[in-house]
Design a protein around this ligand. Structure first.
Ligand code: SF4
Length: 401
C-alpha cells in the first residue's frame, strides 16, 4: 500500500512528465519504464469502476492530451473481414488455442471457392479490406512450392475483387514460405506484393524479447528475424501494422524494449526513405481462458486485466509519440466497452469490423467475433468524438457519420 505522500510525489512527477510529453511529443525509454513500474502496481489493485487514483489519472490525461494534440478528436475504424484460411499449424505456441494438427477432427483448410465466397459476402457488406492469416500448414503447396500456393490464393482474390485491399500474412508466415521454398524474405514479399498483397499485419511479434519468446513461442521466429522481415516489407513498399501481446509473463522492461524496437523500425524507415512504414500500433492483451494449460498456470489470470492494459496503452502513446501516431485497442480481447475506454487512454482507432474472428475467440475472448459499423460508430459517439470510416492505410472514407 502506498502512503498519501508517496502517491502525491508520483502524481507530481507524472504531471511533470506530462508537461514534457506535450512539449516534446513523447517520452524517453527510461521515463516509459518509470511510468510503467510505478503505475502498473497501482493499476493492478485498483477497481476500474472506482475513481482513478491520482497517478493513473495523470497518465490517462497525458496520453489523452497527446492523442488530441497529434491526431485530433476523430476516431477511425475499418470495415473489413478476417479470414483465417486454415487452423492447421506445425507450431505449438504456448498461448494459442487456435492451432490444430492436420489429423484433428476440427482441423480445417478452406478451399479457394469458400474463401472467394467469404470475400464476396464481405464486399457486399461494404468491406474495403480482407485481413487474411492462417496456421503454418506444411501441406499448403502448389506442386512442390509453398509460395505458389500463397501466390495463387492472392491472385484469385485480387482477380475477382481488384478493389479490395488485401492485408495478409504475418512475418512468421513469410519466414515459413521462405524456409519451405529456400527463398529470401525479400523474394517472398516481393512476389506476394506483385501478386496482390497490399499490406501486412505486424502480428507474430508477441513480445520482441527473445527470453520471453523462448518461453511463450519457442518455435517462432526470433526478434531479429521479425524485425528483418518487417523492415524488408517497408523497403519493398509494403506497409505493416505493429502489435504487442501483453499481460502475460513479460516485465515492464520487456514492454519498453518491445516499444523501442518498433520506434527504431519506424525511424529507420523514415531515415532511409523507404516507400512504406508502420501504420499503427495495436495492443493485444493476452486471453488465456482456453489457452494451453502451462501458459494459464504461468500467467494466473484468464481474461485481460483492464486497468494495467490501459496503463500500457497510455505509455505506448507517450513513448511512440510522433513516430507512430495511430493507436488501436482490441475490442475482441477487451470487449467493445473496454476498447471504448481505451479511446480515452491514447487510442484514436477502433480497428475493424472483422466479421469473423477465430484466433482470440478460440482462446476464450469475450468480445465477440464481429461488430457492426453502427456499433463502432455508437461507441465512438458515446465519448463525444467523431467517427470516420477509414481505409487500411488511414485514408478517410466518405463523410463523417
Ligand atoms: S500462434 Fe500462429 S504460429 Fe503459433 S501455434 Fe497458433 S497458429 Fe501456429
Amino acid at each position: 500500500m502506498q502512503t498519501t505522500g508517496a502517491i502525491a510525489r508520483h502524481e507530481a512527477q507524472a504531471f511533470a512528465e506530462l508537461e514534457e510529453v506535450l512539449a516534446n511529443n513523447g517520452i524517453s525509454a527510461p521515463q516509459a519504464l518509470h511510468l510503467l513500474t510505478t503505475a502498473l502496481p497501482v493499476a493492478a489493485v485498483s477497481d476500474p469502476q472506482d475513481p482513478l487514483p491520482p497517478l493513473l489519472r495523470a497518465l490517462q490525461t497525458a496520453s489523452d492530451r497527446l492523442r488530441q494534440q497529434q491526431v485530433g478528436d476523430t476516431v477511425t475504424y475499418v470495415v473489413n473481414r478476417n479470414i483465417n484460411f486454415t487452423n492447421i499449424c506445425e507450431q505449438h505456441c504456448g498461448f494459442c488455442a487456435f492451432r490444430r494438427d492436420a489429423t484433428a477432427a476440427d482441423a480445417y483448410w478452406l478451399d479457394i471457392d469458400r474463401i472467394l465466397g467469404k470475400v464476396a459476402d464481405a464486399v457486399a457488406q461494404g468491406a474495403t479490406e480482407i485481413c487474411m492469416q492462417g496456421g503454418l500448414n506444411p501441406a499448403a503447396k502448389e506442386g512442390s512450392s509453398t509460395l505458389r500456393y500463397y501466390q495463387s490464393l492472392v491472385r484469385e482474390i485480387k482477380t475477382a475483387f481488384p478493389g479490395v485491399h488485401l492485408h495478409a500474412f504475418s512475418p512468421q508466415e513469410i519466414q515459413f514460405i521462405a524456409r519451405e521454398d529456400g527463398l529470401s524474405y525479400a523474394q517472398v514479399i516481393d512476389v506476394l506484393h506483385q501478386s496482390g498483397v497490399d499490406s501486412m499485419p505486424g502480428t507474430a511479434a508477441e513480445v520482441l524479447v527473445d527470453r520471453v519468446r523462448s518461453r511463450i513461442c519457442p518455435e517462432k521466429i526470433n526478434t531479429a528475424t521479425w524485425l528483418e522481415i518487417v523492415e524488408t516489407a517497408h523497403r519493398l513498399g509494403v506497409w505493416t501494422t505493429s502489435t504487442m501481446l501483453c499481460g502475460h509473463i513479460e516485465t515492464p522492461a520487456d514492454q519498453v524494449a518491445h516499444l523501442q524496437h518498433l520506434q527504431r523500425l519506424q525511424q529507420k524507415a523514415l531515415e532511409r526513405d523507404y516507400p512504406a512504414r508502420i501504420t499503427e500500433f495495436i495492443l493485444l492483451p493476452y486471453v488465456g481462458e482456453l489457452a494451453p494449460k502451462a501458459m494459464r498456470q504461468w500467467v494466473g489470470h484468464l481474461q485481460p486485466q483492464l486497468l494495467p492494459t490501459l496503463v500500457l496503452t497510455a505509455v505506448a502513446r507517450l513513448f511512440l509519440g510522433q513516430w507512430i501516431v495511430n493507436h488501436q485497442p482490441s475490442w475482441v480481447k477487451l470487449g467493445l466497452g473496454g476498447a471504448t475506454m481505451a479511446l480515452d487512454w491514447g487510442c484514436n482507432d477502433l480497428g475493424g469490423t472483422l466479421m469473423e474472428e477465430h484466433i482470440t475467440s478460440a482462446a476464450g475472448a469475450q468480445g465477440g467475433t464481429g461488430v457492426s459499423p453502427a456499433n463502432l460508430v455508437a461507441a465512438i459517439r458515446s465519448l463525444g468524438r467523431t467517427p470516420r470510416q477509414r481505409t487500411t492505410l488511414y485514408a478517410l472514407v466518405g463523410e463523417p457519420r
